[in-house]
Design a protein around this ligand. Structure first.
Ligand code: XMP
Length: 177
């Protein structure tokens, strides 16, 4: 697997330290006792596991399945909610976790939907945000790292379902694509 990696963009220890900082910011900003965390599968799995364990308060963690990439390297431009039912968020303080903010379509669709469902507040945290113009009017409240506009894998992010278990964020060699 590691042979397919062209470049390590963000090393494991760098991610580790940054998550400590993000967790401190989130902990300071959220009012009340309990945060309803909504994890966007599957890309945010690793980020969510590492970030939530740094938040020393009561969390309720739900996952939802949304798809816009379908395994390739380009967004399809439409966001599909793949679950029958969304978590109960009426009146709740919600924190949405996603792996990467790219066009912004996914995060915007999810935030709009959770607000429609009556969430009292929806904040968003992403491990990565591509430094580019968004197709949707959205930015994340908490960003781990801004990166260039290139396709990345690892730390939850995949290419055709693979590489999610790499402990760092990197790029793929062209011959692996
Ligand atoms: P949008 O464009 O809606 O994209 O902001 C968000 C979702 O698209 C996926 N995505 C990527 N997945 N490497 C990946 O493995 C990437 O470079 C990449 N860029 C976008 C991801 O699922 C994200 O939640």
């Amino acid at each position: 697997m590691e042979d397919d990696v062209e470049r390590v963009l963000i090393a494991e220890d760098v991610i580790d330290k940054r998550l400590d900082v993000l967790a401190r910011h989130i902990e300071k900003d959220f009012p009340g006792e309990v945060i309803q965390v909504v994890v966007l599968l599957k890309g945010a799995l690793v980020f969510a596991a590492d970030l939530t364990r740094r938040l020393p308060r009561m969390l309720e963690i739900e996952c939802i399945n949304v798809a816009s990439y379908h395994g390739g390297m380009e967004t399809t431009g439409t966001v599909n909610f793949l679950d029958h039912k969304l978590p109960e968020v009426k009146g709740r303080q919600v924190l949405v976790l996603d792996d990467i903010l790219d066009t912004g379509l996914t995060l915007k669709a999810v935030v709009d939907r959770l607000k429609e469902e009556g969430a009292a507040q929806v904040k968003t945290a992403v491990l990565l945000a591509k430094d580019k113009e968004r197709n949707a009017d959205v930015e994340a409240d908490y960003v781990g790292f801004f990166i260039g506009d290139e396709f990345v894998i690892g730390y939850g992010l995949d290419y055709q379902g693979r590489y999610r278990n790499l402990p760092y964020v990197g790029t793929l060699k062209p011959e692996a694509v």
